[in-house]
Design a protein around this ligand. Structure first.
Ligand code: SF4
Length: 416
């Protein structure tokens, strides 16, 4: 290693919801030169650590003080403001966003709204879950439901479920049975021990047949559900089953009843055996936003402060209000690149303030933008893994002003 290089160990990667905290970052000349242990997705997320550090008002460079003053004026004058949480924020910044929303009487929503079906199903029915550590130690049957984690959650299989040795899986992969369920175009891992194929349109019915089979009720004898019924029998005989599904939106929209059908199947399996539903979540501390909003307001997303107290509006959040043109100003916090495309269109015609990593490059052309560091690369604090385990962030680089500090300064400007 060159004398100018330094290493930072135990860095947490937020490239996906696995939040691997075993990354060693090598820094040379204030740039990330190497990310040991990171997968290709993680290495791309770190990049070389360089990030814009601009502050702009109406497209022109401006001092931070002026930008904050303009942002406070714009947001303070709004009758129906929106505060929107995107990715790459620490929990500390998310907490500041809650306080700001309270001060503004705003609708507070986040990118979790795109994964709302699973959250709402868990709220309605209760989810039988487990930490990834428990799965690693105990799961002997792992069913990947229409997902191969290798693409979006690359180290899931090597760090958590499948390969590692565990208390009840002393031979690692050799102690576990991996079953891939191919649902329409969503295929499970190629190297699974067994495969079951389900047509995309049959998914919810197949889950219903599986639940009926587990519960010993009369199951369908239709040929198209035979594989699902056999799978249910096999899962019932496992010692500890992990049912793994993707919680993030895919290329094709999922059946709205799918999330609830998965939740209830996992519940039913807890009669004959133990089953945990593992919902894969994306990176950038998405799960942290749910946790912070829940502990601060009681609700994980779409929290409306307009009535003067936190009110849950899961079906009338940012997307619905923007589509109905009810919002008259917006504060977007976090990486604008993570915002779903339909929302970008709604934000484009509004007076907006953007505070976050690469805010100055936001496609919706904010009136005020303040570039901040990326949580986990330039900013410390806390982030949540997909299984809601909090982890410390160890930034390897210094960067522009922090998102949490900038939001606090804005809140002070607003008199809070
Ligand atoms: S699996 Fe996810 S969290 Fe782990 S190194 Fe890869 S991108 Fe980062």
């Amino acid at each position: 290693m060159s004398p100018a290089a330094r290493t930072v160990e135990h860095v947490t990667c937020l490239g996906c919801g696995c939040a691997c905290d075993d990354i060693t970052v090598v820094v040379k000349q204030d740039r990330v030169a190497e990310t040991r242990n990171a997968c290709a997705l993680g290495a791309a997320w770190f990049g070389d650590g360089r990030i814009p550090q601009d502050v702009r008002v109406n497209g022109r460079a401006a001092p931070l003080e002026r930008a904050l003053g303009e942002a406070a004026r714009m947001l303070g004058a709004a009758k129906r403001p929106l505060v929107y949480l995107a990715a790459d924020l620490s929990c500390e910044a998310q907490r500041e966003a809650v306080a700001l929303s309270d001060r503004l009487g705003a609708m507070l929503d986040s990118i979790t709204a795109a994964a709302a079906a699973g959250v709402l199903a868990a709220q309605r029915r209760g989810r039988a879950g487990a930490t990834l550590g428990e799965i690693r130690q105990r799961a002997d049957v792992i069913v990947f439901w229409g997902v191969d984690p290798v693409a979006r959650y690359p180290r899931f299989a090597t760090r958590y479920a499948v390969e590692p040795r565990g208390l009840e899986a002393p031979r690692g992969r050799g102690s576990r049975t991996v079953i891939a369920v191919d649902v329409g175009a969503g295929r499970g891992p190629a190297d699974a021990d067994a495969r079951v194929e389900i047509a995309g349109g049959d998914e919810v019915d197949a889950l219903g047949v599986m639940r009926a089979t587990v519960q010993g009720r009369v199951a369908s004898d239709e040929a198209r559900f035979r594989g699902s019924a056999e799978l249910a029998g096999r899962m019932s005989q496992g010692r500890y089953v992990a049912l793994v599904a993707d919680g993030e939106p895919g290329a094709a929209p999922a059946d709205p009843d799918r999330a609830e059908a998965l939740v209830t199947l996992a519940q039913a399996l807890n009669a004959p055996t133990r089953c945990a539903l593992i919902v894969l979540r994306g990176g950038g501390n998405r799960s942290g936003a749910d946790a912070v909003l829940t502990w601060q307001t009681g609700f994980p997303f779409a929290v409306d402060f307009a009535p003067g107290f936190p009110t849950y509006r899961p079906h009338a959040g940012a997307a619905a209000l923007l589509a109905a043109r009810e919002i008259d100003a917006a504060l977007v916090i976090g990486s604008p690149a993570s915002i779903p495309a339909p929302l970008i269109g709604g934000l484009a015609g509004l007076p907006t303030v953007a505070i976050g990593p690469r805010a100055s490059a936001a496609a919706f052309k904010p009136a005020v933008s303040v570039d901040t560091g990326i949580a986990g690369i330039h900013e410390g604090g806390t982030a949540y893994r997909m299984d809601e385990v909090p982890l410390p962030l160890r930034p390897a680089l210094a960067g522009p002003p922090t998102a949490a500090g900038t939001l606090r300064a804005l809140r002070e400007r607003l008199g809070a």
